[in-house]
Design a protein around this ligand. Structure first.
Ligand SMILES: Nc1ncnc2c1ncn2[C@@H]1O[C@H](COP(=O)(O)OP(=O)(O)O)[C@@H](O)[C@H]1O
Ligand SMILES: [Mg+2]
Length: 416
């Protein structure tokens, strides 16, 4: 359930995963700051939980912790003080994507290393902002050498540790997290060659500087059905990088088990596909939206900055993501945002005006081609868990204190 229809007060209920109705289960949530986007996401997350759907959230504003606790989820932080790490250089058994393999005959060699290096070029494009094609070629060489040092080659067999393969069962054991290179290993190689010295110095903060949390073996466990990745401690420049790293590991998790329904929520996504990101990263997100259904999943893109969302290459990626979302929720928008969106969303003149005056929590809800105005409504218990309104939080705090006091008095009464 999403909310109720503004006109006739009927409930608006959707089954995102009903493939008879929707070509995909993706959703886009757009609206200005404070319009109610994250509130809606938290509400959807709470309600989907009871359907046994696995959910992953990227949280740049540190506001999903309460919901996460209430649901017994896993919350991990990525930032300078975090004790949880993700190694971007790690090749995971689920890293492989079918479309990466370029020749169908050779299914036994899926090309793990080539796919990873391709992914890493996107990652480094967010760090080495002015990298030249020549430097990129050198970087490529160093990456191959770095994996070779760990015994990993373009032969996929090198990714399995046959010393661990049980003789009786034929299941082969994929390499452990600690058997992978980390950024520090690459840094050493870049540093010792004059041609890549400059890249080494740019990488240095990520290896032993303030950002050295990027230089570690993966130690997070994603088995919980509710996982929140808090990237609030990253500053503006690192946010896109952090988002990318998390999206990458979530994406690999999503591909692991096709029978499990899952949703990934990307709050403030404009930071990765807008001007702080780049087209390589945007293309990765677009690819997720395009192919996630195959893995039983759904993507949810949430963004406030519409002009940034449509900034790269004439809005190519923003449009592609919106067009690949059968479900859309358009909360209150600014006039200039409406200008950008009116054609993409097929807004009537009346609606153009309407979306600019929507109250908090009210929006146009699109399911396929149909759209209705919907008011998002939470129960009081749900509201307590998901609101970030200062007054609400103060009231909650007061309520808690009063409850505690009443309890203490009651116990004191018993003792007396
Ligand atoms: N549907 C709603 N019903 C009641 N309060 C809401 C609703 N939507 C938003 N709010 C209030 O507004 C606050 C800000 O909304 P939020 O979803 O965080 O904005 P944003 O669009 O910037 O993510 C929420 O914490 C909540 O207190
Ligand atoms: Mg928000």
């Amino acid at each position: 359930m999403v909310g109720y229809n503004e006109h006739n007060k009927s409930l608006v209920i959707i089954d995102r995963f009903n493939t008879n109705i929707y070509k995909n289960a993706n959703m886009c949530i757009l609206g200005t700051s404070g319009a109610g986007k994250s509130y809606l996401v938290k509400l959807l997350a709470l309600r989907h939980r009871y359907l046994g759907i696995s959910q992953m959230i990227i949280d740049p504003d540190r506001e999903y912790a309460r919901v996460c606790n209430a649901l017994g989820g896993t919350l991990f932080k990525v930032g300078p003080s975090s004790t949880t790490f993700i190694n971007i250089m790690e090749i995971r058994e689920s890293s492989f994507e079918e479309e990466d393999s370029n020749d169908d005959e050779n299914v036994s060699n899926r090309g793990f290393l080539a796919a990873k290096i391709n992914k890493l070029h996107t990652f480094f494009s967010l760090i080495f902002l002015d990298i030249t094609p020549t430097e990129k070629a050198y970087l490529d060489e160093k990456l191959v050498a770095c994996y070779a040092k760990k015994g990993i080659t373009f032969d996929d067999n090198s990714l399995y540790d046959d010393s661990l393969t049980e003789k009786i069962s034929i299941k082969r054991r994929f390499r452990f997290a600690q058997q992978m290179p980390i950024l520090g290993d690459l840094y050493e190689l870049l540093k010792e060659d004059q041609k890549t010295e400059k890249l080494a110095s740019q990488l240095r903060p990520y290896v032993d500087g303030s950002l050295k949390f990027f230089n570690n073996y993966t130690n997070i466990n994603l088995d919980n059905k509710f996982t929140v990745a808090d990237i609030h401690d990253l500053d503006d420049e690192q946010l896109a990088i952090g988002m990318f790293v998390i999206m990458d590991i979530f994406w690999d998790k999503i591909k692991e088990d096709r029978s499990q329904k899952k949703i990934i929520y990307m709050d403030e996504l404009w930071r990765l596909i807008g001007s702080t990101g780049n087209s390589r990263a945007a293309n990765f997100v677009y690819k997720i939206f395009k192919t996630i259904r195959k893995y039983g999943g759904a993507g949810t893109a949430i963004t406030q900055d519409v002009s940034d969302f449509f900034a790269l290459e004439n809005g190519k990626y923003g449009k592609a993501i919106v067009n690949n979302s059968k479900l859309k929720f358009i909360l209150q928008l600014e006039e200039e945002d409406v200008k950008i969106l009116k054609n993409i969303l097929n807004l009537s003149e009346e609606e153009e005006v309407k979306v600019q005056t929507f109250e908090r929590g009210t929006g146009l809800f699109y399911a396929g081609k149909n759209h209705v105005a919907v008011k998002v409504e939470a129960s009081p218990r749900e509201h307590e868990l998901i609101t970030t309104d200062r007054r609400d939080l103060e009231m909650l705090k007061k309520k808690k204190l009063e409850q505690k006091k009443a309890q203490e008095e009651a116990t004191a009464g018993v003792i007396a």
